[in-house]
Design a protein around this ligand. Sequence first.
Ligand code: NAD
Ligand code: ZN
Ligand code: ZN
Length: 344
Amino acid sequence: MKALQYRTVGAPPEVVTVPDPEPGPGQVLLKVTAAGVCHSDIAVMSWPAEGFPYELPLTLGHEGVGTVAALGAGVTGLAEGDAVAVYGPWGCGTCAKCAEGKENYCLRAGELGIHPPGLGRPGAMAEYLLVDDPRHLVPLDGLDPVAAVPLTDAGLTPYHAIKKSLPKLVPGSTAVVIGAGGLGHVAIQLLRALTSARVVALDVAEDKLRLAREVGAHETVLSDAGAVEAVRRITGPVGAQAVFDFVGVAPTVKTAAGVAGVEADVTLVGIGGAPLPVGFGLTPFEVSVSAPYWGSRSELLEVLALARSGAVSVHTETYSLDEAPLAYERLHEGKVNGRAVILP
Ligand code: NAD
Ligand code: ZN
Ligand code: ZN
């Protein structure tokens, strides 16, 4: 089968032919119908060879949906042809966090060498995807594969972050979204669907701000040195009650801290890696800062249910598998509006 692989550190990913996978006992083979292109893959492909955490070559794609093509021995509850979405952050399935459905926070994944597809294990940017356990699969139940695939990460990750801040997003409150890209433009819709907060979106690109307004942002602000002042003009002295930074670099983290009000939640989702020093005099009183990772299985069900209700619709552009390297190039150059989706 054809697959998009990251093969050499520093080189662009390549479309290659690899052996067709076959499901072993307990595994499920999917015919991939769509795979999403996440900025995290670009981060992965920028890491140096020394200490690179995954084996190469690596088939990319940690957002995947497909139809069941074959069942390994002993798999029950699924049938060939079932349309499913893949819950990506695989865990051991038995530790305390996995027992809660929070496999994203599996306590033993590191020790057991368990990785998500596309982030260590062969991913969804291929004609077929091997899934280790049927528990990682969630029924699509009528959702369109292209519209649904970004929800498994670009939907689930902001959903998890926003859900945690819901008690603070009361009427009259403000939520700030920094970075209106793949995750951010879904975050805006989730905030509109789940809260009555005023949503202020920031980005460096005018086309991204336009998309932010189209999907429901009440206000948009250019993310530059004047951003804090511009947001504070909107919120007044009370500031924002929740800030979601989908970039995580030094200037955005500074903006996030600068627009947060007392008792605000500042959630660093972007993996830019800039620190946010918290302390007396450094941040407003009682600010909570967190850096979450992906979301739980039950939250994925909730995101898909929300999409089925029509409250969330991902802005997508599609590419064939052969065009997948171009999709990454365009994402890297900031030219993708919404989410790029590969159709293998
Ligand atoms: P994306 O490229 O689609 O979106 C990023 C957006 O940020 C773009 O619209 C870009 O114009 C904007 N941007 C860049 N610099 C900015 C700045 N200084 N100020 C404001 N906006 C700026 O990327 P994505 O796929 O949505 O991913 C967003 C981030 O989230 C990435 O860092 C990715 O690695 C990370 N991520 C984290 C998790 C997690 O579990 N924590 C999961 C998925 C993605
Ligand atoms: Zn991702
Ligand atoms: Zn576990």
